[in-house]
Design a protein around this ligand. Structure first.
Ligand SMILES: Cc1cc2nc3c(=O)[nH]c(=O)nc-3n(C[C@H](O)[C@H](O)[C@H](O)COP(=O)(O)OP(=O)(O)OC[C@H]3O[C@@H](n4cnc5c(N)ncnc54)[C@H](O)[C@@H]3O)c2cc1C
Length: 374
């Protein structure tokens, strides 16, 4: 077993770090956070400079980690225009991949994923948005809530109900995925402001009022939507683990620097503070190892949902723990530096793409079924 990354990945990690340190200046990060403005110029720069590279998922994961280590809001913004792309990659027709996915990959279009509704996000099968077949179209009615890129994306891969479940207790049946364009008649969005964190990302409510969706915008097969979205979460949760490890590492960097500089100045650093640093470092490393294990299963085409949920659940709680502990250790210094943003940005890690409780439900269900982590 070798815990070292291959040289090309180490080199890539270094490039992303240099890019992030150069582009994610404090001024840029603060401005986008305060104004709640999406950094479109950074999205373009990241793509043009070649550091967004979908040819290798290890690079995507390491890139997300390194960017979020410097600034979570900007890091997530630079990597989120492709959110949901794997669903089109795995199940979209040639027509959909050509019309939408190829343009997302080249930065000509931005996409989003619409699953959560005003009635709740954890109970995916309980969604209410419905699409009724009418000739060679679907007529879409309903709404989606808290959708990333909701106010700026060109289209959304959207989970909707196309049929009532054949067995009432099997609510996950009868769901399908449609591609909904912003410029379809009857589509509108409302930007949501005042979020606690990741304020550089754009979040909106989507409203569908008798939107006509061409039949060819159905992704894969009708009725398979729930499975496609769950399969996607088993991929995207590894990338949320990467966001979380980045945040935890960024907080750890700041605390290490702060305590070392205190000691250099001759200010005594108590044992208690050193123990906090140790715990942050240990939990960050444990999260990274879980993430690598989940990634290694996933990127070798043998996804392991138990390990993936462990990685996402543990890393996200570690991000929140490290950001909070860093604030405690650094006191006033933390409150008036970028740590304050890390503290706010870390909370969403425990919420999106499966809350901590949802991850625990997945883990315990898989364990009791006999699908253990080994
Ligand atoms: C900034 C932001 C961006 C987002 N981006 C997107 C996006 O792009 N696309 C998208 O589809 N969604 C997005 N979401 C939504 C996100 O995925 C949901 O917030 C999340 O799934 C939780 O859903 P909810 O907020 O409705 O909470 P709920 O599902 O109502 O849950 C509330 C609480 O109850 C707990 N809970 C729920 N069910 C159970 C249970 N069975 N057992 C134990 N506890 C339970 C939860 O863990 C949580 O603590 C985003 C959210 C935010 C805040």
């Amino acid at each position: 077993m070798d815990f070292d990354l291959p040289a090309d990945l180490e080199e890539y990690r270094k490039q992303v770090r240099e890019f992030s340190l150069r582009e994610f200046t404090e001024e840029t990060a603060m401005m986008h956070d305060i104004k709640e403005k999406y950094p479109d110029e950074l999205r373009k720069k990241a793509l043009e400079s070649g550091i967004i590279d979908f040819s290798n998922p290890w690079k995507t994961m390491l890139g997300i980690e390194e960017m979020c280590r410097v600034d979570p809001g900007l890091g997530i913004s630079a990597t989120v225009p492709y959110f949901g792309a794997e669903i089109l990659m795995l199940h979209g027709s040639d027509y959909l991949r050509e019309k939408y996915l190829s343009k997302v990959a080249t930065g000509k279009m931005m996409m989003g994923l619409g699953v959560t509704e005003p009635g709740g996000g954890s109970d995916v099968a309980g969604l209410k948005t419905s699409a009724k077949k009418s000739g060679n179209h679907y007529i879409l009615n309903g709404s989606k809530m808290f959708i990333t890129n909701g106010g700026i994306a060109d289209f959304f891969v959207t989970l909707v109900r196309t049929a009532e479940p054949d067995v009432p207790s099997k609510r996950h049946r009868g769901l399908s995925v449609l591609v909904v364009e912003r410029n379809f008649k009857g589509f509108s969005s409302n930007k949501l402001t005042g979020k606690l964190g990741v304020r550089a990302t754009n979040t909106a409510e989507l409203i569908f009022d008798n939107v006509e969706i061409p039949q060819e915008n159905l992704v894969g097969e009708e009725g398979k939507g729930f499975y496609y979205v769950m399969e996607f979460f088993n991929i995207s949760r590894v990338f949320v683990a990467a966001q979380s490890v980045g945040i935890a590492q960024g907080a750890l960097d700041m605390v290490t620097e702060y305590l070392s500089s205190q000691e250099k100045k001759g200010v005594p650093v108590s044992e208690e503070l050193k123990f906090k640093l140790s715990e942050m470092a240990t939990r960050t490393e444990a999260s990274r190892l879980l993430m690598y294990k989940a990634a290694s299963y996933l990127f070798n085409y043998k996804p392991n949902p138990t390990i993936t949920s462990m990685a996402k659940g543990y890393a996200s709680e570690t991000a929140a723990f490290c950001a909070e502990t860093a604030m405690e250790v650094t006191g006033m210094t933390g409150l008036s530096t970028k740590l304050e943003r890390f503290f706010r940005d870390s909370k969403i890690m425990e919420i999106w793409e499966g809350t901590s409780e949802v991850e625990k439900i997945v883990i315990s269900r898989m364990m009791m079924r006999g699908d253990s982590s080994e």
